[in-house]
Each structure stands twice: as C-alpha cells, then as structure tokens.
Write a new protein. Structure first.
Length: 526
C-alpha cells in the first residue's frame, strides 16, 4: 500500500473505528499525514458555525479521532451567542444531539470541543484577540461549511454570512502559520444559472470583492433594494450569494492550498452515524414530510424531471476525501482551485416519477400518526390542475379549523398548508428544472482509493439503491422530524385506512355535486 493510501486509510480508521461520519461547520483542521504512525498531538480544530447539518457530522468524526488516538487537543467551534444565552448553554444544547450518543460515554473527548463566542458577520469572525491569535497559530486545516441557508433571508444578511464571512475565514487562513488544507463547501446550485455545471471556478460578473465594498458603503435597506440586480439569473438570494462567495474565493484564495466541494440537495444520512438522521433545517425533508401528512397533492414537475439528492454521510465523506487529496497533492504552485461536484444526475439519476412511486409505496408501510388526509400526489405543470387542487382541499382545511375552533382549539390546518405552499414555491425552480452536473474530478478521486478505503470512505453515488434509500429517508423523517417512534405504527396504520375511506367518500361527494351543477347548467342552456 502506498504512503498516501496508508495516510488516507489510517485517517478513516481513526475517525470511524466501527463506521461513522463527521461534522464540519465552518472550518476543521486535520493533518494529511500517515495517521497510523504519528505520535504527536494534532493542532486545534476550528469550526466557524451557523446552523448547518454537515457541521454536526464533522465534529462527531473528530471526536472519534480523539477517542481513538488522543491526538486532538481542542476542537474550537465559533458560535453566535444570543441575548440571554451563553456559550455554555449552546454547548449543552449541541451535546444533546442523538448523533453523539455513541461517544457521550467518553466525557474527555467531548470536553475537547470548545465553543468560542464569534460571528461570521463581524470582522475577524468577532473573535477576541486571544482566540484569534490562538487559532492562527494552531490551525493547519480548514473546512468552511458555515453558511446562511435560508432561501428568503434578507440579501444583506446572506451577503454578510456567505460572502463577508467567507472572506474573513480566507483572510484568517492566510495568517495561519501551518495551513495545509482548506476545503470550502459551496452548493451544487451555486452556478444554477448554467444548464451544465462543470468542475471549474466560474466568474460572477458582479465580482465577489465588489460585493464586500458595497457591504461597507450601503445600509441594509439600500442593499435589499438592490436585490433584483444581485439576484439576476438566480432563483433566490441563497444561491446568488453562494455564487458570489465562490467568485470571491476564486479571486482571493488561489494562493492557498484550497479546494471547493459542491454537494447538491442534502438528504438524510443513509448509514452513519445514525441511519436516516435529519433535522428541521433541511427544506426538502420538511417538504416531503408535508406530502406524507396529506397536506398537498401536487408536485409542479413532470415524471421525467430529476431530483438530485445526496445522502448526508456521502457528502461528508467526499469532503474528508477532498482534504486528504488536497493535503497529499497540493496545488499551490499552479495557483489553481480544484472543484469537486457531488450529485446523482450524472451517475445515478432519480426521476421524480420513480421518487413519488417509492414514497407512495412506503406510505403504506411507514405512515405518520399525524396524517391529516389521505396521501395522493399528481405530477403536473398544468396550472389549471394545480388550481383545482386548491378548490379540493382548502374548503376541507377551513372546515377542520372551524370544527377545532368550536372545540376551543386555535386554527392550525390552514396555517400549516400556507407554510407548505410557501416551501413549495421556494423549491419549485429546483424541482421543475434539471441540470447536468459533471463529476469527473469526484470520480477520479474515488478511483484513487483502494478497496478498504472505498468501504469505509464511501461517497460513490452510482451504487446508491434508491429503494433502500427512500425507505431510510422516510423512516428518518418519522423519527427525527415528526418525533414518532415505531410503537406508533399500529395507530398510524388505522389512521391511514380511515383517512383513505374519508378521502374517497369526499371525492364521491364532490363528483356528485359536480354532476348536479353540470346537469343544471345543461338544462339552463337548453
């Protein structure tokens, strides 16, 4: 086995002695060396944080490294502290996550995670002089995963977190004395204004550096008024600011040992550390959960449209593999930035027609005990059909809310439906359209791994079994979004059968009313 292969395999063994994943939130720091042969401690690990599902998995991995070899001194996580809370409270809340259940027994490992007060929106990440100096002296590998991911947040907030925050991390990285690896995690849709997305750094005509100047010159109100200009060609502010952040990295960070990873839509974890794990911050998971509850019945797309999703653990594994590849084969001399796209469209596409068939199949196996109506879904882009669905279920929701009010309950069904409809409008652009996302660099990286590496460091999407994956995703949404245990399944099955009968009775009543109306119209016309 070659030295680089030993290094890679050793890293994975230390991280996942029995299989697992990782968590980067903003920046992480491992050394791309032969980890099986080192006897010294790792430098500290840096994690500029926002609420990001990838981040939690990276921290979990580095804690496993520390548990295995005691080679990580500290894992610093830069967190924003709200009024009335503290870093200690944020830390305790973070530790309660289920993904850390397997490592909570090792209290010493968890103590190595230190939350530091900071903010991506502030100069030098809002760090104190002491914290800033400690980080630039110790950190040698950075994973920047922190980002504001809300599709409809104010443009100034997104620019501050995604562009300004990225610049602050890049500038900090340039001051790091022993920097060896910098992995910037972007989005597969940061370049969604193009039909084919290559593994290259694209230029944004607005210029990421110019955006930094605008942030200094204008207030929030003025920046928000400029949104149409900034969003030109992009469906929402999130992907627009990620494109600008990529452009900023292209212009300012080519002298660093840096690579960019672009995962597409992040789905729940398929295998590790907890099968099906997800949280409420994943928009698409919430969306298909609404469909499972029977709150909506239209997907604005054709059966042939492709949904490009990546299981969370697959995405994290590629990020780690990228760090190994970058550390083993640095690109500083060429001043190039290597890009790794990670999507399923190119190698293992999932058409929406098949996706919906699988969701419907597992609805009978894993129904929700909170189901509000019988689940049925129509794939169509026909506006008339979409409007007819509103006529079908809005009156029912109003009746349910009215009945609840008579019983002294506050109305909730129409509010939930409006929220679901809002989410669908946000995601519609990415559901209706299909992109060709090239993954040549990612495939080349996969081929560099030996057999054992591929088993432990899996990120090859071509082998994903979508039948198993969709089952895992639905089970995960029941457990972690709806908070329903397996013990609720018998009641959920009964609820599903009752709602199915109610649905078909309602359809019959609607058809009878329609027949009467048509008959009266015909008689009136004659």
């Amino acid at each position: 086995m070659a030295k680089n292969e030993k290094s890679y395999y050793g890293l994975r063994q230390r991280m996942y002695p029995s299989g697992g994943t990782t968590k980067p939130l903003g920046a992480v720091i491992p050394q791309p060396l032969d980890y099986r042969n080192i006897n010294h401690e790792f430098p500290d690990i840096l994690l500029p944080r926002l609420k990001n599902i990838l981040a939690d998995f990276h921290v979990e991995a580095w804690i496993k490294i520390s548990s295995e070899r005691n080679c990580v001194k500290k894992i610093y996580s830069v967190v924003r502290v709200k009024h009335g809370s503290s870093t200690k409270q944020r830390y305790e809340e973070w530790c309660s996550s289920i993904i850390f259940n397997n490592i909570k027994e090792n209290a010493d490992a968890l103590k190595k995670v230190v939350f530091v007060k900071g903010d991506l929106q502030e100069n030098r990440l809002g760090l104190s002089d002491q914290d800033f100096n400690a980080l630039i002296n110790e950190v040698n590998c950075v994973f920047h995963v922190g980002a504001e991911v809300k599709f409809v947040a104010d443009i100034d907030r997104l620019l501050l977190n995604n562009v300004f925050g990225t610049n602050e991390i890049v500038q900090m990285a340039k001051k790091m004395r022993n920097l060896q690896t910098f992995v910037y995690v972007s989005s597969g849709y940061a370049q969604c204004d193009k039909h084919t997305i290559e593994e290259v750094m694209y230029e944004n005509k607005l210029n990421g550096e110019n955006m930094l100047t605008l942030l200094k010159m204008f207030d929030s109100k003025t920046l928000n008024e400029m949104s149409p200009i900034i969003l030109k060609g992009f469906p929402n502010p999130y992907v627009a600011t990620k494109s600008l952040a990529e452009d900023l990295v292209r212009r300012t960070a080519s002298d660093l040992p840096i690579a960019v990873v672009r995962p597409t839509i992040i789905a729940p974890a398929l295998k590790e550390p907890v099968s099906g794990w997800t949280n409420q911050y994943q928009t698409y998971v919430r969306l298909y959960t609404f469909y499972a509850l029977g709150l909506s019945h239209i997907i604005p797309a054709t059966p042939g449209s492709v949904l490009d999703i990546i299981p969370l653990d697959y995405a994290v594994n590629l990020i780690l593999a990228t760090a190994w590849d970058l550390g083993s084969f640095p690109n500083i001399a060429q001043k190039t930035i290597k890009v790794y796209n990670h999507g399923t469209t190119h190698k293992n596409p999932l058409p929406l027609g098949r996706f919906e068939t699988l969701l419907d199949r597992y609805d009978s196996v894993l129904p929700s005990n909170q189901k509000m109506w019988h689940r049925f879904v129509i794939l169509t882009t026909n506006v008339l059909v979409k409007q007819s669905m509103y006529v079908f279920h809005l009156p029912i929701l109003f009746l349910l809310d009215f009945a609840g009010m008579l019983l002294g309950k506050s109305p909730k069904y129409t509010k939930i439906y409006k929220k679901m409809h809002f989410l669908m409008n946000l995601c519609e652009h990415f559901i209706v359209n299909t992109w060709l996302i090239k993954t040549d660099n990612t495939q080349k990286l996969w081929k560099k791994l030996n057999k054992d590496d591929k088993k432990m460091f899996y990120f090859d999407v071509s082998v994903i079994d979508w039948v198993l994956a969709i089952h895992t995703f639905i089970n995960g949404s029941r457990l972690f979004i709806l908070k329903e245990t397996p013990e609720t399944l018998p009641k959920a099955q009964i609820r599903r059968r009752v709602l199915r009968v109610v649905h078909y009775v309602t359809v019959f009543v609607y058809l009878c009313i329609l027949a009467v109306v048509v008959t009266l119209l015909v008689k009136w016309c004659l």
